[in-house]
Design a protein. Sequence first.
Length: 155
Amino acid sequence: MKVLFIASTGGHLSELMQLSPMFDQYDYHLITEKTKTTSDLRIKFTDRIDYLVFGTKDHFFSYLFKFSFNCLRSLYLFLKIRPKFIITTGTHTAVPICYIGKLFRSKIVYIETFANIETKTMTGKLLYPISDLFIVQWASMLSLYPKAVYKGWIY
């Protein structure tokens, strides 16, 4: 079974990497943003990793171009990988490929970030309606996402 794991760099990727012991149970692929800190992942994951362009909303004008490019690249990567499941901890990097995956009937598993205890994230708001499984790491988040499943921390 093909499973795609995707997260932006930083804390979201750190959370996703907590799931790495289960990678080898599947025909997996990993996608993240290319930065100095993620370049070395190519050594460990060789042909099982691809990168999107790193972009931050702090530089809004250039971010629009990078996000647009990443949407097109996400379509390409999805068609190349053809995952049955997409598992993500967010953020903006993951949203396009999750919507693309939903169009092609992939199952979407979203894990809301550990960092939010009382408020919804933008990614959570965007992926909640299309997720087949929406997991929260704090019981308090169940009041915001009634169809979510509380599984505790992934750390």
